[in-house]
Design a protein around this ligand. Structure first.
Ligand code: CP
Length: 311
């Protein structure tokens, strides 16, 4: 049984992750076909509450809800009464009074969706990224994208490179990939790669050398340097690309069928070169496409299981 929402990958069973990934496959459109509109969540109201910028996650949650026949509205901090000084609790109480069936929340504070879930125990809360903690649907769509091209996650060598310290995407991926027996190599400058991350999950190791990290990798996940979460730049911008940017010459080191991934938004010329981002190895836009199918699977699972338990 799923909890009444989705707050993180850490607390999910492997079987729950598999169920979401399998269901997402049903929702993937066939080649050259658009998504079908379904009626599975007709009458449901989903509120997307985004206190932080987003293009991919917010749009794909909204599209996913609408494809399932639900109504979806998106609220951003800038366009809401938060900008007039309303507190988080008052904003949540106001939204709860309108009886949404689920709230999708992104917030710059780690733990904000967990606070929301405690405050509104009868409303399923979906974490769309909280601070530096987790971004569960990103890890799910990343896994779906890998499994569209590889038979299993078990034994895959996955290199995650960049600003690991501030990355909720890295944390959710580490939890997910380790549950499935992948070998995970984390790489970045020491200032962005805390040594304690090696103890986060089985199968994780650290290196500060990008060449060592990507050698014979099956998957290379590049991460953006999150300047907005750093009080001062941890690494000079020009040098970052020289030492940790993924460039064409690196592709000779990874396996011939290796995938290059990035959750976006990408910063060309900072963590990845344009040539690599646009290369045959890159599945960056496939990740975006899978965001809709995976979020459809998550919304269906949460809203239908919540409806069953509510009666
Ligand atoms: N990957 C991701 O979360 O992108 P957005 O910030 O655009 O939602």
């Amino acid at each position: 049984m799923m909890p009444a929402g989705l707050l993180g990958i850490e607390e999910l069973e492997r079987s729950e992750i598999e169920a979401i990934l399998n269901r997402a496959k049903d929702f993937q459109p066939l080649e050259n076909q658009s998504f079908k509109r379904l009626d599975l969540l007709r009458g449901k109201m989903i509120v997307n509450l985004f206190f932080e910028a987003s293009t991919r996650t917010r749009t794909s949650f909204e599209i996913a809800a609408k494809r399932l026949g639900a109504d979806a509205i998106s609220i951003t901090a800038a366009g809401s009464s938060v900008s007039k000084g309303e507190s988080l609790v008052d904003t949540l109480n106001t939204l709860a009074a309108m009886r949404p069936d689920a709230i999708v929340m992104r917030h710059s504070a780690s733990g904000a969706p967990h606070f929301l879930a405690r405050h509104l125990p009868r409303t399923p809360i979906i974490n769309a990224g909280d601070g530096t903690h987790e971004h569960p649907t990103q890890a799910l769509l990343d896994a779906r994208t890998i499994l569209d091209r590889k038979p299993t996650l078990e034994g895959l060598r996955v290199a995650i490179i960049g600003d690991i310290a501030h990355s909720r995407v890295a944390r959710s991926n580490i939890y997910l990939l380790s549950k499935f027996g992948a070998e995970i190599v984390l790489c970045g400058p020491a200032s962005l790669l805390p040594a304690g991350l090696a103890c986060m999950a089985p199968g994780v190791r650290l290196t500060y050398d990008i060449r060592e990290a990507i050698r014979d990798a099956d998957v290379v996940m590049m991460l953006r340097v999150q300047l907005e979460r750093q009080h001062e730049a941890a690494f000079p911008a020009g040098e970052y690309f020289q030492f940790y940017g993924l460039r064409l010459e690196h592709l000779d080191l990874i396996k011939p069928d290796a995938l290059v991934m990035h959750p976006g938004p990408i910063n060309r010329g900072r963590e990845i070169s344009s040539e690599v981002a646009d290369s045959q190895r890159s599945v960056i836009l496939n990740q975006v496409e899978n965001g809709v199918a995976v979020r459809m699977a998550v919304l269906e699972r949460i809203l239908t299981s919540h409806a069953e338990t509510a009666h």
